[in-house]
Design a protein around this ligand. Sequence first.
Ligand SMILES: [Zn+2]
Length: 73
Amino acid sequence: MSQTDPTPGEIRGAAFQEAAGRIVAYRAPGSGSLYCVGCCHGNGLFAGLTSDDLPDGGLCDACGVDVLIPQNT
Ligand SMILES: [Zn+2]
């Protein structure tokens, strides 16, 4: 048992703070589908969403990642 390893909740909290104030995902007009920044490259038709708009997170419709968790790719 380690006292230094963060709990999953702490990891999520850190990711949330890092994402605050910047675009973390895009919402497609019409369908309302959610896309992560890796799948939607800021096409002007898409509405940018920050973590404030997604307090509970969300899954990308294309690749299935949680948009509040930064991807390294
Ligand atoms: Zn995606």
